[in-house]
Design a protein around this ligand. Sequence first.
Ligand SMILES: *Cc1c(COP(=O)(O)O)cnc(C)c1O
Length: 468
Amino acid sequence: MILGKTREQWLEAIPLLKPLTEAAPFWWLNPNRISTARALPDLPLQMADVMAASRRLDRFAPYLAQVFPELKVSEGIIESPLRAIPRMQREGETFFKTSLPGQLWLKLDSHLPVSGSIKARGGIYEVLAHAETLALHGGLLHPDDDYRVLDTPPARAFFSQHCIEVGSTGNLGLSIGLMGARMGFRVTVHMSQDAREWKKDLLRERGVTVREYASDYSLAVASGRRESALNPVSYFVDDENSQSLFLGYTVAALRLQQQFQEVGITVNAEHPLMVYLPCGVGGGPGGVAFGLKMVFGDHVHCFFAEPTHSPAVLLGLLTEAHDAVCVQDFGLDNRTAADGLAVGRPSGLVCTMMKPLLTGAYTVPDEMLFQLLGLLNETEELQLEPSALAGMPGPFQLMGLPETTQWLTEQGLQEKMHQAAHLVWATGGSMVPASEMAGYLAKAAETSPATSATSPTSFKRTPNIKDH
Ligand SMILES: *Cc1c(COP(=O)(O)O)cnc(C)c1O
C-alpha cells in the first residue's frame, strides 16, 4: 500500500504513472502551472529572499577571494561561464532526428570554481550563512566588518568548536566539505553507496570525516540528520528541506541576467527562454528555476530532467503527494550511473515551490546520458559527468515529439521558437579525475548511436497532457 492505495489503484487514477514507473523514457507537461505573478503570493520564498542571498554572497566575496586563489580573478564571486554550443546543436539534430530552431547554450556549472558542480552554489552558500550567524552571535564578526577577519587563527579556532554534517551522493558533500573545512569547521559527510571513490578521497585529504553507507541517498541523509541532532554543536545541512541551500542556488538567475546582457540574449514575450535542469532531490534545479521565474517571469520555461530509474520529483509532482512518495514505492530501483541524480524521494519544499512554476519534466535513460557525454566531448571538447548531460535531450525532444510540439502550438510558442534561447544546465564534471573521465568516454564509445538499443525516438506517447 502507498498512502492507503494499492499500486494498481494509483495507476488507474493516474495513467501516466504507468510508463514512469516502468522506467520508460517519459515527458510530462505540468497541468498545475500558473502565471508567476499568481503563484508568488502563496509561496514561502520571494524575490526579496533572492536579493538577500545575493547580498550575503557579496559580503563574503573578499573573504572567498582570499581563501581560494582561484577566485582572485572574479574577486570572490563563484560563477560559471555561459557558452553557445553550435556544433552540439547541429550534431544533436542528427542524433535526435529533429531540427532545433533558436540557439543552444550551455551553462557551465560543471566548471564552477572551488567544487566543480552546481553544489558550489547552494552548498557553499549554506556554510557561509551558518558561519555568519555563528560569528555574529559569537561576537567574532560585526555587520560592517571586512569578512576577511574570518580567515584568521581565532576565527578558525572558533569554527573548529562547531560541526557541520550532510548526507550526499557526492557533490554536495564535496562542496560542504571543502568550504566547511577551509573555514575551520569539523565536517562529517554521510555518503550514499553511489558516491564516487575520488570524491571521498579528496574530502579525506582535506580533513573531512567521510561516513560510508551501503544504502541510498535518503538513508544517508536520515542517518546524518539523526546523528547531528544528538550533537548540540552540530549543524545539519538538510538537502531535502533547507531554504538556505535553496536560496544559494537562486542567485544564479541574477548573474545569468547579467551574462545574457553581455552576450546579447534577449528574453521577452517574443524571445522565450527554455531551460533544462538535471534534477536529483530538486534543490539545485528548483532554486535556479525559482530565481529564473523571479527574474524573467512567464517568459522563461523550466524543465527538470531525471534518470528513468530515479524520477523522484516527477513522481512527487505527478502524484501530488510530494515527499510522501518515493520511486521505490512504485517498484523502481533508483539505480543510475548519474550519481548526482540517484535520489528516490524528492524534496517537499521543492515540490511545493515548483508545482505552480515548473513547465515540465522528462526522464532520460542512462545509456543516452553516455551517448550525449561522448557527443558533447566530440563536438565541443567539453567533458562532463553523466548526471550533467540529463538536460541535453530536452531541447531536441521538446521540438521533436508530437505531444510537446502540439503543446508549443497551443501555447502560441511554436512560431517564436526560431528566436528562442535553449539553455542546458551542465551541472558537474570539471573535477572528475582524468582516469575516471576516460572510463566515461569509453562507455560512451560503447553506446554509440549506431549500436544503441534506445532509439531517441522510441518515446511512449504521454496521453492526457492537460492544459490550463
Ligand atoms: C546534485 C546534482 C544535481 C541535482 O541537484 P539536486 O539538488 O539534487 O536536485 C544535478 N547534477 C549534478 C552533477 C549534481 O551533483
